[in-house]
Design a protein around this ligand. Structure first.
Ligand SMILES: Cc1cc2nc3c(=O)[nH]c(=O)nc-3n(C[C@H](O)[C@H](O)[C@H](O)COP(=O)(O)OP(=O)(O)OC[C@H]3O[C@@H](n4cnc5c(N)ncnc54)[C@H](O)[C@@H]3O)c2cc1C
Length: 417
């Protein structure tokens, strides 16, 4: 930090390297701080806490904790990094019961803008602690996360594939689940409508107890599946099953939006996305439409964790965090894909506003770099986050020199005002 500051050299920080936004964890003509040697994992049973190095991947965390019958509220896909996921809030298969990953942080150990190593928790630097739960690259380089240990034994897990002709029935099952099933805090669902004919529509179901084919998922079982991997298994086994390969594509882009739970809206989202995104994408690469149900319990659990709350500003209503995901190879198609994704989410937002179902929250971990994530947290939270950034980084080192991540200030100039 000292060298970067003294010489005015830009730097970037990379943990799992999985963020799809270009330049988020890489830098040209600057210093790349790779966290991949920060891989310590320590389970403190007496404190009910797990200390994690940010360089760990979730596929290293979950299996290492399995012998203790504990886990943490963390990533769903094995290859993603601990470092970036938690700073974006972090949506987990445990979120319906325990809130976001960030809600379950007990302590951040970080390198502050002046180069000092400091801690932030509910009692020490508590304003910084609050701001970091979705604060991206504005407050410090995390060198250790301490997360709440969550007791967890065997679970029910399934990945179910449905043919393209079943999309509407799957969306109806999803809406049915969102009516009440989603309030069963042991359940969690993830839907991906993929352009890969081998996968087609994938529905991931997990129940945090060893209950065979739980009743909450009944709407999905009624739709005829192509394959169904239902099993009672360890949580680690389920996480390791989530690794996906989509034809070795090199360039990826996510773009997210949120809306209140509604089958009518889900159908509209599918219709708009098929026309504006999936069809154009089919000529240049792969596409995935991602539907993530978020129950009011996620917000409630977050608030109840007795840890000072978070700045995310998520409304306490049943909702979907939707995103388009594009994969392609040719740089010449970048602009075309950006335009297709943007048009899709713009049209979806227009429709959700028309129907009174629009939600302003944009989930950082699914957001493209031009989306106003911090504004979506609400003005009060955004203003408070900016004030906290000025307090801990009065010279704006992280705004000026840290390349990548969502920034609170567009330019350091606006930070001074
Ligand atoms: C296949 C896939 C599955 C995903 N699944 C989920 C999911 O289930 N839930 C979810 O919430 N998100 C998910 N995501 C989104 C993912 O959490 C974000 O892309 C996240 O930023 C990735 O973190 P990383 O450490 O792998 O990435 P990186 O690219 O290394 O880092 C991402 C950002 O965080 C910053 N950063 C990284 N480490 C640190 C650190 N130690 N201190 C300060 N800043 C740091 C980087 O500078 C960069 O700006 C998924 C993404 C992919 C590609």
């Amino acid at each position: 930090m000292g060298i970067a500051k003294l010489t005015g050299t830009p730097f970037a920080v990379k943990s799992g390297g999985h963020n799809m936004n270009p330049g988020w964890s890489s830098v040209e003509k600057g210093i790349l701080i790779k966290m991949d040697r920060f891989k310590s994992l320590e389970y403190d049973a007496a404190a009910g806490a797990v200390h994690l190095g940010p360089g760990l991947l979730w596929k290293e965390v979950v299996p290492q904790l399995a012998p203790y019958n504990v886990t943490v509220v963390g990533g769903r896909v094995p290859g993603v990094g601990v470092g970036g996921l938690i700073l974006g809030g972090g949506l987990s298969y445990l979120s319906n019961r325990y809130g976001m990953a960030a809600d379950n942080v007990l302590n951040y150990e970080l390198v502050a803008a002046n180069g000092n190593i400091i801690n932030a928790n509910a009692t020490y630097n508590s304003d910084l602690f609050w701001a970091m739960k979705g604060g991206s690259t504005n407050y410090g380089i995390v060198t250790k996360y301490t997360l709440r240990a969550i007791p967890l034994g065997p679970v029910y897990g399934a990945i179910i594939s449905y043919g393209p002709d079943k999309t509407d029935e799957v969306m109806a099952a999803y809406a049915e689940y969102q009516k009440s099933g989603v309030n069963d805090v042991d359940s969690n669902v993830l839907i991906q409508i993929t352009s890969d004919p081998g996968y087609a529509t994938l529905v991931n179901l997990i129940y945090l107890k060893p209950v065979w084919k739980p009743e909450v998922f009944a709407p999905f079982y009624k739709v005829q599946a192509r394959f169904d991997t239902s099993q009672i298994m360890s949580f680690a086994q389920y996480i390791l099953m989530q690794e996906q390969e989509f034809g070795g594509l090199l360039r990826w882009q996510l773009r997210g939006t949120s809306y209140k739970a509604s089958l009518e809206m889900d159908r509209k989202v599918v219709e708009i996305s098929q026309r504006e995104f999936v069809k154009p994408m089919s000529t240049v690469g792969a596409s995935i439409l991602i539907f993530q149900p978020v129950a009011p319990s996620v917000v409630k659990a977050g608030n109840q964790r007795n840890n000072g709350g978070n700045p995310l500003g998520i409304e306490s209503v049943g909702q979907t965090w939707f995103s388009t995901c594009a994969g392609w190879n040719e740089p010449k198609n970048d602009q075309f894909i950006y335009a297709a994704s943007k048009k899709t989410t713009d049209l979806i937002e227009k429709e959700s506003k028309k129907k009174g179902l629009y939600l302003k929250y944009i989930f950082m971990n699914d957001a493209f770099m031009d989306q106003n994530v911090f504004e979506s947290y609400g003005k009060k939270n955004f203003d408070r986050m900016k004030a906290i950034a000025k307090k801990y980084d009065p010279e704006g080192v992280f705004q000026r020199l840290w390349s990548g991540g969502f920034k609170l200030f567009q330019t350091w100039c606006s930070c001074q005002n």
